[in-house]
Design a protein around this ligand. Sequence first.
Ligand code: FES
Length: 74
Amino acid sequence: MNQTPSEAKPKPICPCSGTSVAQIKALIGEGIVNLDRISRITGACSGCGGCEAEILALLAEYNHSQIAEATAHP
Ligand code: FES
């Protein structure tokens, strides 16, 4: 049976290692916010390196939200 697009498995952020965006976000949520550590844990960025910019963008998004939270006035 064919899958509809909504049922299809999401494309990994790192096809070389098969690492998904969800896996990266889960690690960031656990406080692992260093590209090197993420790479060692998942294998992302250890092949062609083509995913590095996208992972750095997720880390930047996290850092931006942390800064916004830290500077928010009650
Ligand atoms: S796409 Fe991540 S190392 Fe190749």
